[in-house]
Design a protein around this ligand. Structure first.
Ligand code: NAD
Length: 267
């Protein structure tokens, strides 16, 4: 039998991080090497799955955790201002990053790809790990070939830090690859209240709704002659992202360079 993959988790005390800790502890092919979070206080990793998690290094110091735990993969679900630094630290220690935190710029992704290639390790930045959301993006990119008039509406909880969501940006990028270039709407259009028409991306708009009670949803709406097409995805709980994270942790061992988007690892 092959040795379990040693996984460190940053943001281990957060809502997504706790799900990752649980997923790792429940899979015999993985070992939880370290749980890192500066503000969560001591994390009782074992309590998340109702059994002791022995040998887990719990700390707020990522570099120390990576040096001392033998981690091979780091899964990061933290906050936009911490995730880039955590990813660099992982690569510097030869640890493959699997990053779910959203808010990375194109320049940051390119810089991290170079660092991964120089270190000859793999990495993944995935704005969305859920299969339904990825299919929504693929179907939207397909529809945009035939219906280029499109707007995106994404819905998240009111405490989300970044807007628009990483998923909507990724969707917009995939749509832009297949859609004929076109500036939509009336060129004489005026916003009476600033921002009413949403964020502008490559000729079309992204709207971000932030409300308590909402988890994560997105609609991609296409308009044509006398018709609209809506492609919608609804996430109801964080556990829905874990099968994707699990696959990513196992696949990231086998390639070099930073991949952006879980759709590239799906097949
Ligand atoms: N890719 C996906 O499929 C997906 C799905 C859901 C959420 N997200 C993203 O995941 C991120 C986390 O979401 P959440 O709801 O778990 O947030 P959260 O606020 O519940 O948790 C974030 C945790 O990160 C910790 N943290 C902050 N700085 C840190 C650092 N430098 N090192 C280690 N830990 C640090 C915080 O103390 C906190 O416990 C967000 O960016 C969110 O958009 C991605």
């Amino acid at each position: 039998m092959t040795e379990p993959i040693k996984v460190a988790v940053t943001g281990a005390g957060g809502r997504m991080g706790r799900e990752v800790v649980k997923m790792v502890l429940e899979d015999e092919a993985l070992t939880l090497a370290a749980a890192v979070d500066p503000s969560a206080g001591p994390i009782d990793a074992g309590s998340l799955v109702g059994k002791p998690a022995t040998g887990v290094l719990v700390t707020d110091n990522l570099a120390e955790a990576l040096r001392n735990s033998g981690a091979q993969v780091l899964v990061d679900f933290t906050v936009p201002h911490a995730a880039y630094g955590n990813t660099v630290t992982a690569i510097e220690h030869g640890v493959r990053p699997v990053v779910g935190t959203t808010g990375f710029s194109t320049e940051q992704i390119e810089a991290l790809d170079k660092l991964c290639r120089d270190a000859e390790i793999g990495g993944l930045i995935a704005p969305n790990f859920s299969i339904g959301a990825l299919l929504m993006m693929k179907f939207a990119a397909e529809a945009a070939k035939y219906m280029p008039h499109v707007e995106i509406i994404e819905y998240h909880g009111d405490q989300k830090l970044d807007a628009p969501s990483g998923t909507s940006i990724k969707t917009a990028e995939m749509i832009a690859e297949t859609r004929q270039e076109l500036r939509q709407g009336n060129p004489k259009e005026e916003e009476i209240i600033e921002g009413s028409r949403g964020g502008y991306y490559n000729g079309f708009r992204i709207h971000s709704v932030r409300l308590p009670g909402v988890f994560a949803q997105q609609e991609v709406i296409f308009g044509g002659h006398g018709q609209t097409l809506k492609i919608r995805h609804d996430s109801y709980e964080r556990a829905g992202y874990m099968p994707g994270v699990n696959v990513a942790v196992k696949k990231v061992i086998g390639y070099t360079g930073m991949i952006y988007g879980f759709e590239h690892l799906m097949d």
